[in-house]
Design a binder for this molecule. Structure first.
Ligand SMILES: [Zn+2]
Length: 241
């Protein structure tokens, strides 16, 4: 399998401790904007080990997160936000792409510091209940959710889990564990996983025109995300499990 034009993957050092922290004052000191100006509203915390990535959207007044990582050291949310000059207390909204612990484990820590709206698909809500998170907002396919300055459309994408979602606008797509750069896709052999549903979900994603992929694990992809989603749709037929 081959994708035309080599993708631009980012590579970040794990230790981003510069000793400098600043308060949120309408700017993101360590945003993806240093690679692409149109992404200056998005910060990226790369998950270490099996931990999920955390994507941070800020508009100067509020901070929204997509996924929270596992919540355990060295992936605790607060210290990592602090290294980016952001305060965990300022989080107003959290969107969960699906209920696996490596994506939701940081929620209790966040809820110790603030009371954000927490969006999850109803089919994965029990996973949040199991870690004591009961106050949630259900999101459904077709909903629009504001994250910072962006309005993102929810796509229900079951397959990896029954309540998996992706979010996109005309430029970016957050794929959780449904799809990854390089034509990869999430496993379906865990509870509520379903290969047939994953095929259908990747079919939906493969019809989107988006440039940037922000996956649940690994590095963001800053160009040609659509071709990678099309490749995932093709390769999923080859690996049934
Ligand atoms: Zn997962």
């Amino acid at each position: 399998m081959h994708v035309s034009n080599a993708p631009l993957f980012l590579s970040f050092p794990h230790d981003q401790s510069t000793g400098k922290t600043t308060r949120v004052e309408g700017q993101m000191p360590e945003s993806l904007g240093k690679y692409d100006p149109s992404l200056r509203d998005i910060c990226f915390i790369e998950g270490i080990g099996l931990c999920s990535n955390i994507f941070i959207f800020a508009d100067g007044e509020s901070i929204s997160l997509v996924d929270t990582g596992s919540g355990t050291e060295p992936n605790a949310v607060g210290p990592q936000m602090e290294r980016l000059g952001l305060e965990i207390e300022a989080v107003t909204r959290v969107v969960i792409t699906h209920g696996h612990m490596d994506h939701i484990g940081g929620l209790p820590e966040i809820c110790e510091h603030c009371s954000p709206e927490i969006f999850v698909h109803q089919n994965d809500a029990d996973d949040l209940k199991s870690i004591g998170i009961k106050s949630v907002v259900y999101m459904e396919d077709g909903d629009d959710i504001r994250l910072g300055r962006r309005e993102l459309r929810v796509i229900h994408s079951p397959g990896h889990t029954e309540g998996s979602v992706c979010l996109h606008d005309k430029e970016i797509i957050l794929t959780g564990d449904t799809a990854f750069p390089g034509g990869y896709f999430g496993r379906t052999d865990l509870p509520s996983g379903d290969w047939r549903k994953l095929v259908d979900s990747l079919d939906k994603l493969s019809r989107l025109e988006v440039r940037v992929m922000l996956p649940g694990h690994g590095e963001p992809l800053l160009s040609e995300a659509s071709s990678h989603l099309k490749l995932a749709r093709k390769t999923v037929e080859l690996v049934r499990y």
